[in-house]
Ligand binder design. Structure first.
Ligand code: GDP
Ligand code: FO1
Ligand code: CA
Length: 313
């Protein structure tokens, strides 16, 4: 049985690592959001793809949630002396990833081909795919105007008040063919929506033309894991976004956001009181520890999600 995992960066990568430990390479396909992608200093940056890739390769910076462990910053320091842009920090070794990606893209390779090469070189055995080879750019509508995602997230530290989102290019972007293939495959055991930011990490993947319809048509259950635990995000602006969108800051609001697209929802032990209300919507609920601090937590959650998927089939 195959598992399809939809992932953003830090939260998604943690569960993806747990799933990768539990499943053989042919059994797991991870699709990553590319709405965060942008061009910076002449380089093609794909943050969520790289976070998943570095995490699976065992070389990611787990505390930071992006970039490489043990990174050095000489290139950034040198850029600073030229007065060049340093608000978005690319580490010395991370720059190598970006040089290779940018060069191969310029030579005409697709983002998936480039990703396959980078993963191969880093020893990532499981399949990692960009959600699309066509550019999609997340724009954040805020009280400071509409901002490109990285301007909102990194340059302005998620401080502006959010009113909505726009995924530039989404209507003409084709979902990765293997994403649709996996959804249609009779061998699919489940689709797992990782505990990623619903609005800026998961939504771009779901909004790609045909993806929602394929998820609904898929015979396999769709299971989402809540990124909100006890009313807070483990990291990042998900809870702040819920509040600014006038939604309750709860796992229940995340379940509501996915609505009837999901068959199962995984919430934390801390949120057990929310289970009955979510079940009332016809969604099956699994209550388990969902905070992934170490490898054991990641594998533990992955196992429970896989068992839940088998029970829902
Ligand atoms: P980003 O692209 O780097 O922002 O990462 P994601 O969108 O994949 O993940 C961000 C979300 O992951 C945040 O809303 C966090 O609350 C959630 N998250 C991070 N770590 C954990 C964890 O250990 N457990 C759960 N349940 N959620 C987590
Ligand atoms: N996030 C930051 O908050 N500050 C940075 O300087 C930064 C640099 C960076 C470089 C490469 C990369 O792949 C990701 C990077 N990120 C940085 C994370 C990135 O902005 C992600 O889009 C967010 O973490 C949300 O997923
Ligand atoms: Ca992201």
């Amino acid at each position: 049985r195959e598992i399809l995992a939809l992932s953003g960066g830090v939260g998604g990568a943690k569960l993806a690592l747990g799933l990768a430990d539990e499943l053989r390479p042919g059994e797991l396909t991870i699709v990553a959001n590319t709405g965060d992608d942008f061009e910076h200093l002449g380089l093609n940056v794909s943050p969520d793809l790289d976070t998943v890739m570095y995490t699976l390769a065992g070389i990611g910076n787990a505390e930071q949630g992006w970039g490489l462990a043990g990174e050095s910053w000489s290139a950034m320091d040198a850029l600073g002396r030229y007065g060049a842009e340093t608000w978005f920090r690319l580490g010395d070794r991370d720059i190598a990833t970006h040089l290779v990606r940018s060069q191969l893209l310029r030579a005409g390779e697709s983002l998936s081909q480039v990703t396959r090469r980078l993963c191969g070189a880093l020893g990532v055995a499981h399949t990692l795919l960009p959600m699309s080879d066509d550019p999609v750019r997340t724009m954040v509508q805020t009280d400071a105007g509409e901002l490109p995602f990285q301007d909102y997230f990194v340059r302005r530290r998620c401080e502006p008040r959010v009113g909505g989102f726009r995924f530039d290019g989404i209507d003409s972007a084709r979902p990765h063919p293997q994403l649709l293939e996996r959804l249609r495959s009779p061998a699919l055991g489940a689709t797992v929506i990782c505990p990623s930011n619903p609005f800026v990490s998961v939504a771009p993947m779901l909004r790609l033309p045909g993806v929602e319809a394929a998820l609904r048509a898929s015979a396999a259950p769709v299971i989402a894991v809540s990124p909100i635990i006890a009313g807070a995000a483990a990291k990042g602006p998900a809870a702040k976004m819920l509040q600014e969108l006038n939604l309750p800051q709860t796992a229940e609001a995340v379940a509501d956001y996915y609505g009837d697209l999901i068959d199962g929802f995984v919430i934390d032990d801390a949120d057990v009181a929310l289970a009955p209300a979510i079940r009332e919507r016809g969604i099956k609920v699994l209550v388990v520890p969902t905070l992934m601090r170490n490898r054991q937590d990641k594998v533990g959650l992955a196992r429970r999600v896989l068992a839940f998927a088998r029970a829902l089939r």
